[in-house]
Structure formats: structure tokens, C-alpha cells
Design a protein around this ligand. Structure first.
Ligand code: ZN
Length: 249
């Protein structure tokens, strides 16, 4: 299984309009971060996770743009702003696309972007937390996460999981993540917030799950690439745009 980090940035992107690069070294291209998205490819099947506002630019660098499914983590703009670009792409490819989201997000999509999501090339499927669904041969498990006053969706595929935009998880979520080897953990912030886990607490989470390797994504102006690399143990690395992970399944 191949995982491409299409974007590793926070909701405001990096550099941001108001904060610039903040504490991040502007000379290191790894600190230029589009909003967060992932592409998972395995045996010819491709699943896209989220459609951030820069998804068009992010996918220009990817050769194979045929998608089998699109999975949403939640409806916030930094994860959905590019939804129409993918709808148009699918239309031009003469395909249709299965789109998976929780009920709360589906309602939001249909209410605020009906021309993108209703009677289009997208086929919406409501996910049920902890009920696995199949994309061709790939089994995808949706996991419930607390993201301030809403839920976001984490996803597990085999021994890999993508958990972004979360403040905490219930016991069931922890159980669902047990045994993962590669964890992409996103929305890690430098200090406590209502929406996101802090780096200090994320390290205790990693201790608890002890995956073989962890990549931190959806990281902002306080998270300089090289500084994090120096500070963190080798099995925990910051992600960067364009990073490719090959995972044995
Ligand atoms: Zn976000």
C-alpha cells in the first residue's frame, strides 16, 4: 500500500496570510504546507481522504488520478473546500465516485453545496462508526473522534490508520486502533485547545498505542520541520507535502 501525503498543513495553510511561516524556517520547502489530505493506493485501487481548497494543485503532481472512493474526515472548510474540483475531475473522466461521510457531514454538504453533492457525479454513502465498508478489496473502518463540539472520522485500513482533527477518543476508538503499525496523526498543536490534541498529549497517545512509526500532519506555524525532527524520537516524524510511505499489508 502506498500513501501520499498530499497536504500536511493546518486550517490556515503555511505560510499563512497573517502569520507567515511563524516559527518555521521559510527556507525549508518541507515547511510549505497545503491543507491536509491523503491518497491511499493499493493494487490499483485509490482512495482520497478529504478535498482541501488546494486539492487541484495537490493532485497535479500525481500521475494516476483515477479515484475509487473519497472519504471525508469532517465538514470543516480546510477539509472540503476543493470538493467541486474533484466532482469536475470525475465528470471529465467519465466516472462516478463513491463518497463516504458521517450523517452530520452529508447534511452539511447537501445544505451548503447542493450543486456539488446533490444529483452529481458523487454518490453519497453514510458511514456508521465502527462498521467496516469495502472499496474494491480494501476494508475501511471508520472511527469516532471528538473534535470540539462535533465528531470527526478517523479511518483504519489494515495496520495503518489516519486520525486527524481530534481532541480525544473514547474507549471504543482506542480499541479500534489497537495493533496499528503506521499512524498518521493530524491536528497536533503546540498547546492545549478545545479542537486539537497538544503535542505533549499526542506523545502519551503514541506511548499508549506504540505503533512502529508515526507521522504528524496538519501541523502549523509552531512546528518547524527540523526542530521537530531533532526533538522527537526517530520513529515519530513530521509529515511534509509530497511525502510517500510504502506500507506492507
Ligand atoms: Zn482541519
Amino acid at each position: 500500500m502506498k500513501i501520499t501525503i498530499l497536504g500536511s498543513g493546518p486550517s490556515y495553510g503555511l505560510p499563512s496570510l497573517t502569520r507567515g511561516f511563524g516559527d518555521c524556517d521559510p527556507d525549508n520547502p518541507k515547511n510549505i504546507r497545503y491543507r491536509s489530505a491523503l491518497l491511499v493506493s493499493d493494487k490499483g485501487t485509490q482512495v482520497l481522504f478529504d478535498t482541501p481548497p488546494e486539492i487541484r494543485l495537490q493532485l497535479l503532481g500525481v500521475k494516476n488520478r483515477q479515484l475509487d472512493a473519497l472519504c471525508y474526515t469532517h465538514y470543516h472548510y480546510d477539509h472540503t473546500g476543493g470538493a467541486d474540483d474533484i466532482n469536475k475531475m470525475v465528470q471529465d473522466q467519465n466516472r462516478e465516485l463513491d463518497v463516504y461521510a458521517q450523517k452530520q457531514d452529508m447534511n452539511y454538504f447537501i445544505k451548503y453545496q447542493p450543486y456539488v453533492f446533490k444529483d452529481t457525479y458523487y454518490h453519497l454513502h453514510e458511514i456508521k462508526f465502527y462498521k467496516e465498508f469495502k472499496v474494491n478489496h480494501m476494508s475501511v473502518l471508520p472511527i469516532q473522534q471528538h473534535h470540539d463540539d462535533i465528531f470527526s472520522v478517523g479511518y483504519r485500513i489494515g495496520n495503518f490508520a489516519y486520525s486527524t482533527d481530534l481532541r480525544k477518543m473514547d474507549k471504543r476508538a482506542w480499541n479500534a486502533l489497537e495493533g496499528i503499525e503506521t499512524w498518521i496523526l493530524g491536528g497536533v498543536v503546540h498547546r492545549e485547545s478545545k479542537k486539537h490534541v497538544s503535542l505533549d498529549e499526542a506523545l502519551t497517545w503514541i506511548d499508549r498505542l506504540h505503533p512502529k512509526r508515526v507521522f504528524l500532519t496538519h501541523i502549523g506555524t509552531h512546528m518547524d520541520y527540523e526542530t521537530l525532527c531533532r526533538k522527537l524520537p526517530k520513529y515519530i516524524r513530521p509529515a511534509y507535502d509530497g511525502m510517500i510511505l510504502n506500507i506492507k499489508t
